[in-house]
Write a protein that binds this ligand. Structure first.
Ligand SMILES: Cc1cc2nc3c(=O)[nH]c(=O)nc-3n(C[C@H](O)[C@H](O)[C@H](O)COP(=O)(O)O)c2cc1C
Length: 541
């Protein structure tokens, strides 16, 4: 790894900042009729339609925080179908006049959905051994590679790989799109982890598997089978383990090596569909940052540091089935500017953002948290409006105290549970500031609270530039938790990718790259658009 890659990544980050006087470079005009197909299909690959069984899952959302473990369900095709149905599947169709669009369990910037998912399965009843591509539009699996060497009495294996089609986001957002693709990976990761927890399963991210090895495993390096400029970039491989007690970390590289012969001797099928007939603009900086943040194979868990000790999570009061909550998640389009949140609910929500690796979705991220929050508190009953800090680790707190404005008061919130690192920085009404900083979007000010996510930037990018992507994944995971916790409180959230980066830094007193704002979020009482008609996700089935 050379310094120049770290420089390239930092340059990309800086040039894709939105500023008050200029947004990051993007297309001058957008032809909405020509939006890239948001569904990847592999023409010629056998399709297995999966059953729709999510309604059978009755485990309450609150049970995910309970000390009593969820009894693991057997690893069968039906359960895998449920895993996908409550994490990455369609959750509804919306209609307004003649326009119709689908929504998914996982959110996506601009609803463009650059994230694709693959399964590698072996020895699972009802699934062919091989590499499958998940099709959210039909809730089915396309068999990209059928393994030929049938082995007897083999340990069942389920891997889930994520990849991104950068073009889908770049079509609308231009140069900043690479960041949004990474957020979406984070949301998808958390979605899969939550879904696995409902089935009593555990997720182990195999961070040691580098980009090339993952591309090879998922067939993404079969470039002849993809349209030029519409390839998929490998992101992360997860092992899905039906036994929660399996604490030994699998060696991802050894696992991938053990599949090598099956991949080579297997029979591959399918040609990726054309997503966009006309690539009107080109964004070479996305290719450059993709290359600069390319991840090599790593030593398994080489950098995993122990987490600080935390008490058990504050129990959730949400008795709604988790599987239903995941599918009802939506982004609020507008907030009423009135609805608030009780301080106890607010504290519980923050508590659930602390990393406890035995609780979903914190099994998806390595080591201590690298992303911390600054909160714009507008309407939290029992808490004075103002700007607050919520560093998610002791190291983060030290960094924030050193780098944020020295005049901030850092008054610990006395009413918060002792373990919650929540500090008031200034008492003030911050609705207008929050909206102004979030590209003048009212949703950041008319909510109960909104927030910015500050990532420890330089310290991770300098020697390991690929961590640029991981920082966004962590922000996306936080986003998914916030979306679901908002639903669990009867509120609604919205991810905010549009904000003026350096204006946020300036307000906080950050003058270097030690900390950088990577994502914003807002939660409050939504205003529903009664003109929209909601339809079931798989009406024809
Ligand atoms: C990374 C990310 C950034 C987003 N940024 C914004 C934003 O700046 N403003 C906004 O109104 N919505 C934003 N959204 C919400 C998306 O528009 C929304 O997720 C998408 O339309 C799909 O709708 P759903 O979340 O209801 O499924 C963002 C979502 C994500 C995941």
């Amino acid at each position: 790894m050379t310094d120049s890659e770290a420089v390239s990544v930092t340059d990309y980050h800086d040039r894709t900042k939105h500023r008050f006087d200029a947004y990051a470079r993007g297309p001058q005009t957008i032809d909405w009729e020509a939006q890239p197909d948001s569904f990847r299909r592999f023409e010629g690959a056998p399709l297995q339609t999966l059953p729709l069984l999510a309604d059978e899952l009755s485990l309450p959302f609150a049970a995910l925080f309970d000390a009593a473990p969820v009894a693991p369900l057997p690893l069968t095709m039906e359960r895998v179908a449920q895993l996908l149905e409550i994490s990455l599947a369609l959750s509804a169709w919306k209609q307004f006049g003649a326009a119709r669009w689908s929504l998914r369990c996982n959110p996506s910037s601009g609803n463009l959905h650059p994230t694709e998912a693959y399964l590698v399965s072996r020895g699972i009843a009802g699934l062919v051994d091989g590499v499958h591509h998940y099709r959210a539009d039909v809730h089915g699996l396309e068999l990209r590679c059928a393994f030929t060497s049938a082995q007897q009495n083999i340990e069942p294996l389920l891997l889930l790989g994520l990849s991104s089609v950068h073009w889908r986001e770049a079509w609308k957002y231009g140069e900043r799109a690479f960041r949004y693709c990474q957020h979406d990976v984070g949301h998808a990761l958390a979605g899969v982890s939550y879904a696995a927890a409902v089935l009593g399963w555990q997720v182990q991210p195999l961070f040691e598997v580098g980009d090339d090895a993952l591309a090879h495993l998922l067939g993404l390096d079969r470039t002849g089978e993809f349209v030029t400029d519409e390839g998929e970039h490998p992101d992360l491989l997860l092992a899905i383990l039906p036994d929660k007690r399996a604490t030994d970390h699998l060696d991802g590289l050894a696992l991938v090596r053990s599949l090598q012969a099956s991949l080579e001797q297997g029979s591959w099928a399918g040609q990726a569909n054309v997503l966009d007939r006309r690539h009107f603009y080109r964004w070479p900086v996305i290719d450059a940052v993709t290359q600069a943040s390319h991840k090599p194979d790593l030593d398994a868990q080489a950098d995993t540091l122990p987490l600080q000790k935390l008490p058990p999570p504050i129990l959730s009061l949400c008795t709604e089935p988790a599987a239903r909550l995941f599918r009802q998640r939506r982004s609020a389009q507008a907030f009423d500017g009135i609805t608030g949140i009780e301080a106890t609910d607010f504290f519980r929500l923050l508590d659930h953002l602390l990393p406890r690796t035995d609780i979903a979705p914190w099994d998806t991220l390595p080591g201590p948290p690298r992303v911390h929050l600054v909160l714009f508190v507008h309407r939290v009953r029992g808490l004075a409006p103002g700007l607050y800090a919520f560093p998610r680790s002791e190291q983060g707190q030290t960094l924030l105290r050193a780098r944020l404005r020295q005049e901030f008061s850092w008054s610990a919130v006395a009413t918060a549970p002792d373990h919650l690192p929540l500090f008031q920085l200034i008492a003030a009404r911050t609705e207008r500031t929050a909206s102004r900083l979030s590209c003048h979007q009212d949703i950041a000010g008319a909510s109960a609270f909104s927030l910015g996510m500050l990532a420890e930037f330089d310290s991770h990018i300098q020697d390991t530039p690929w961590r640029y992507r991981e920082l966004f994944w962590e922000a996306g995971v936080l986003g998914q938790v916030l979306y679901l916790e908002a639903e669990a409180c009867g509120l609604r959230g919205t991810g905010i990718g549009c904000y003026f980066d350096d204006a946020v830094h300036e307000m906080l007193g950050i003058t270097d790259h030690s900390l950088q704002s990577l994502y914003h979020f807002t939660i409050g009482g939504p205003v529903m658009d009664a003109r929209l008609v909601s339809l079931p996700p798989y009406e024809r089935r």
